[in-house]
Ligand binder design. Structure first.
Ligand SMILES: [Zn+2]
Length: 203
């Protein structure tokens, strides 16, 4: 079916949906048709959810997780999290994978990616300065790098261990995560092993 046959409003919806990660052209069209064809309640719910996310969601100024604007996130404001333990991850979805595996009870810091000069991601593009400040301000004793098993993550870990004060114990999870593997897609049991078998790294 030619997209030009469709009314502009639908073409626009298909195009917006297909720009999302993991949504191809056919899926985008199917979703758009589903919303238009007798599923107005679903379309309305989606519309409301999207505008709520846009109006009410921001990022925690401490750790980078989702939060309401100008408020700390649920993880940072939870008094029951173990103090002194900081798990550093690349992306928000890594926090979810670790939380769902119930293997870590301290606090998190989300870098926002990994250093990757080839992709124009430099240390200053990431939340590294705030990490270093937190380590001092929050009297962090243990930092755990829970990174994907990719070379950019290795490079980022190398970079960070130069910057973290020597008295802080550094650990890196690695065991069980295949090279090239992403935390987000690692099952809970493997992730749990990777945490249990984390190794201390010298710096
Ligand atoms: Zn937070």
């Amino acid at each position: 079916m030619q997209s030009s046959l469709l009314p502009p409003a639908i073409t626009e919806l298909v195009s917006a949906l297909s720009s999302l990660p993991g949504i191809g052209a056919k899926t985008a069209r199917r979703l758009a048709f589903h919303m238009v064809d007798g599923a107005s309640d679903k379309a309305l719910a989606l519309h409301q959810a999207l505008s709520r996310v846009q109006n009410e969601m921001g990022h925690c100024s401490v750790c980078g997780f989702f939060s309401r604007p100008d408020e700390p996130c649920t993880l940072c404001s939870n008094p029951h999290r173990t103090p002194g333990q900081l798990c550093v991850v690349g992306r928000i979805q890594d926090v979810l994978a670790i939380e769902e595996a119930h293997i870590f009870h301290g606090r998190y810091h989300i870098l926002g990616g990994y250093i990757s000069p080839l992709n124009q991601v430099f240390p200053e593009s990431l939340h590294i300065d705030s990490l270093i400040h937190r380590i001092t301000d929050e009297h962090i004793t243990d930092v755990i790098f829970a990174f994907d098993a990719i070379s950019d993550a290795d490079y980022t870990a190398q970079y960070l261990l130069e910057m973290i004060p020597h008295e802080v114990r550094l650990h890196r999870i690695a065991a069980g995560i295949p090279f090239g593997g992403e935390l987000e897609y690692t099952d809970g049991i493997t992730l749990s092993h990777a945490f249990t078998l984390k190794r201390e790294i010298t710096h």
